[in-house]
Write a protein that binds this ligand. Structure first.
Ligand code: NDP
Ligand code: MG
Length: 386
């Protein structure tokens, strides 16, 4: 009988959190959930608690915590609150693996503490590596912590690299679906609506990443994420548009070979691989029917129309705290677009403006990054109000 892995899910009520629980539900002899966290989705959290019986939960938002702390306690779990509560759940003594699936830089601190406490990380929350990749890499190395990618492209690269010599990597090619506005020109993007932007052709995801996919910022963030996860220079990481979302990324080696990973677009695949690594679980995803798919296409991204991708390269090339500024300004701009305060084409303009007034610093202190994150948010709002 194999040991049951004890899992903590940061952001269990989100798209990745829910898919993780589906994997746990399918493999009850492999996984047991011991901690869950949310911000506001208390009704869903209560359902999850009743179904999965974690010993600890944490609720970030104070009002939401007050609303449900008693009823959750009656279910027999410890109920914690706020940032300190999230940290406590992220570092539970018994946890074998922490799934980092909070969206945005809100995940920085709990994930940081999970690494500090030596937990293996299944990382979906790419923004933490974008903002503080150098710091996270260093503490992960110091603590001998494994960061296993959940993002589908990075899981694909990670799978392609099993048994390979990293010195033989020439390029990483990260695939992008192109999002709902692929093929459109800037002029036509002026008037696209929030509902149109939220209509992703291949993946069902949280709102923020769905907008990031429409602007191509998601691929930009993923290039920075790949740089930190695999230690590859940004000039050797490229994005390629692949409309079918069957090839999840490719690795080119120095001999001219390319190895790729294919599967249907289903996040349960990369989640299950991170949870069970280095093993694979049976029948996680529907089998790929290559004959009915027929054609796989690859195209160059249109960076004139979707400048966010280039902004990410600039941020990574500049280094220091610039990627944290890119990320924070993007979070504000996406939020404002979702609230219908700005148009789609303004998203890159706002990020560019905030980046242009930032003097990047190099720091190993997470508090410095948090301070810069707050600064960039204030500046982004100022740019929008002007
Ligand atoms: P969702 O918006 O669906 O879920 C986000 C989760 O984080 C929710 O549980 C939410 O709680 C919680 N949360 C939000 N804000 C805070 C906060 N301030 N403090 C504490 N918790 C908070 O996002 P996704 O699941 O789509 O994405 C999660 C991460 O995974 C992102 O970084 C995304 O880029 C990455 N990712 C997602 C993929 C996907 O398919 N969805 C694919 C690859 C990567 P509440 O429910 O209360 O709002
Ligand atoms: Mg991805």
């Amino acid at each position: 009988m194999m040991d049951i892995k004890k899992i903590v899910i940061l952001g269990s009520t989100g798209s990745i959190g829910r898919s993780t629980l589906e994997v746990v539900e399918r493999f009850p002899d492999r996984f047991k959930v011991i901690g869950l966290t949310t911000n506001n989705s208390t009704d869903l959290l209560l359902k999850q608690v009743r179904r999965f019986k974690p010993t600890y939960v944490a609720i970030a938002n104070h009002e939401s915590y007050i609303k449900v702390k008693e009823i959750l306690s009656l279910e027999g779990c410890h109920v914690l609150e706020g940032s300190s509560g999230l940290i406590e759940v992220a570092t539970l003594k018994d946890a074998d693996i922490v799934v980092a699936s909070i969206v945005g830089s809100a995940g920085l601190i709990p994930t940081y503490h999970a690494i500090q406490s030596g937990k293996t990380i299944a990382l979906a929350n790419k923004e933490v590596l974008v903002s503080a990749g150098d710091i996270f890499k260093k503490i992960a190395e110091d603590k001998s912590v494994k960061i296993l990618p959940v993002d589908s492209e990075h899981s694909a690269v990670f799978q392609c690299l099993q048994g390979q010599n990293f010195k033989s990597i020439r390029r990483l090619l990260l695939t992008a679906s192109g999002g709902p506005f692929f093929g459109m020109k800037k002029e036509n993007l002026k008037t696209v609506t929030v509902d149109e932007a939220l209509c992703h052709p291949n993946w069902s995801m949280g709102r923020k990443i769905t907008i990031d996919s429409a602007t191509l910022m998601n691929k930009g963030l993923e290039i920075i994420e790949a740089h930190h996860l695999f230690g590859i220079e940004h000039k050797n990481i490229e994005a390629v548009i692949h409309r079918q979302s069957i090839v999840h990324s490719l690795v080119e080696f120095t001999d001219g070979s390319i190895i790729c990973q294919m599967s249907n677009p289903d996040m349960k695949g990369p989640i299950a691989y991170a949870l069970s690594y280095p093993e694979r679980l049976d029948n996680v995803m529907k089998q790929v029917d290559l004959i009915s798919i027929g054609t796989l296409t690859f195209e160059k991204p249109d960076t004139q129309t979707f400048p966010c991708l280039m902004l990410a390269y600039v941020a990574l090339d500049t280094g220091g705290s610039m990627p944290a500024v890119l990320n924070a300004a993007n979070e504000v701009a996406v939020d404002m677009f979702l609230r219908k305060k700005i148009g789609f084409n303004q998203i890159p303009v706002i990020i560019d403006k905030v980046m242009s007034i930032h003097n990047p610093v190099h720091s190993e202190d997470i508090d410095v990054i948090l301070e810069i994150d707050r600064w960039a948010r204030v500046k982004a709002r100022e740019v929008i109000e002007r």
